[in-house]
Design a protein around this ligand. Structure first.
Ligand code: ZN
Length: 297
């Protein structure tokens, strides 16, 4: 009996050790792409649909949101070591890419944020959530396509076809959104985070107040008082936040002191990687339109 227990224990230990040393192998016949977080995954999944001998993996937890300040783990390094291409959103979203090319010589790095317009109204200021402007999403798609074609030429035809379809679908969103936003009674928005700025700027919505600083930190009590006074003076009854940020002291105080309602917008920073992932951008934009109509219509 004792002997059986010992053998079982040994087996369990062996199994555990082999799990721990699960190093991702680089299959030389497979073109492996790693994306940094949800928005880069969504566009790349669309482009890689139907390609042969390819693999697409997302580096971070797709449901965790923006990766400002994310640090690479040893598991991430294993994954990147096995990859042929790493696709970063860029514009500072992945602070870790500025430090080095990870010391992995064979890994190509695509920084999608390079040369993408980060103009917001008259000012040019640092805001890495550029994919929320649909023209920028089209530019990003073109960039990813070029890298995929260059590094995996056997699938060029599929990448080209997928990119043409995806860009056409993105472009049809522009008149649809313009029309629906044009009909809104009210265009003033109090928004929790700057991640909605590009969308608001593209379609003529006014972000009159932000409820956090550019680093996502909460405002001071005095600053919130100013927002409350502004909301009261201008009869603003809708506040917009994003997934995962629906309950906090700032929102509680605004609800209590102004009687406002809180609405959730999808900024595509996070989402599920499931059978609907390829439509994520369109689903999020249309859900946002429904929300805006409910709140500002
Ligand atoms: Zn963010």
């Amino acid at each position: 009996m004792k002997k059986t227990v010992c053998i079982l224990l040994l087996l369990v230990m062996l199994l555990c050790t082999s799990c721990g040393e699960d190093v991702m192998e680089n299959d030389p016949n497979e073109f492996m792409v790693v994306t940094s977080f949800y928005p880069t995954y969504v566009v790349t999944a669309n482009l890689m649909e139907g390609t042969e001998n390819t693999k697409l993996v997302n580096l971070t937890d797709a449901e965790a949101g923006c990766i400002h300040g994310y640090m690479l783990t040893s598991e991430d390094m294993n994954m990147l070591n096995a990859a042929d291409l790493f696709i970063a959103s860029g514009m500072g979203m992945e602070a870790f890419i500025e430090k080095s090319s990870f010391g992995i010589p064979q890994l190509e790095l695509l920084d999608c944020g390079e040369d993408i317009s980060h103009e917001l109204g008259d000012e040019e200021r640092f805001n890495p959530h550029y994919w929320m402007n649909i023209k920028n999403a089209v530019d990003q798609c073109e960039k990813v396509k070029k890298s995929l074609c260059r590094l995996d030429p056997k699938n060029t035809e599929t990448y080209e076809r997928n990119a043409a379809e995806y860009k056409a679908k993105l472009e049809t969103l522009i008149p649809e959104i313009t029309e629906r936003i044009g009909k809104l009674q009210n265009k003033d928005m109090v928004v929790f985070h700057e991640s909605f700025d590009y969308f608001a700027d593209q379609f003529g919505l006014n972000v009159v107040s932000l409820l956090s600083d550019p680093n996502g930190n909460a405002l001071s009590s005095e600053e919130i008082t100013q927002v409350i006074n502004y909301m009261k003076a201008n009869n603003i009854k809708a506040v917009f936040t994003e997934k995962g940020k629906t309950s906090n002291d700032t929102l509680d105080r605004l609800k209590k002191e102004t009687g406002c309602s809180v609405y959730v917008l999808d900024t595509l920073a996070s989402g599920k990687i499931d059978g609907n992932v390829k439509d994520a951008y369109f689903n999020a934009m249309r859900a946002n339109l429904n929300t805006l109509e409910k709140a500002l219509g």
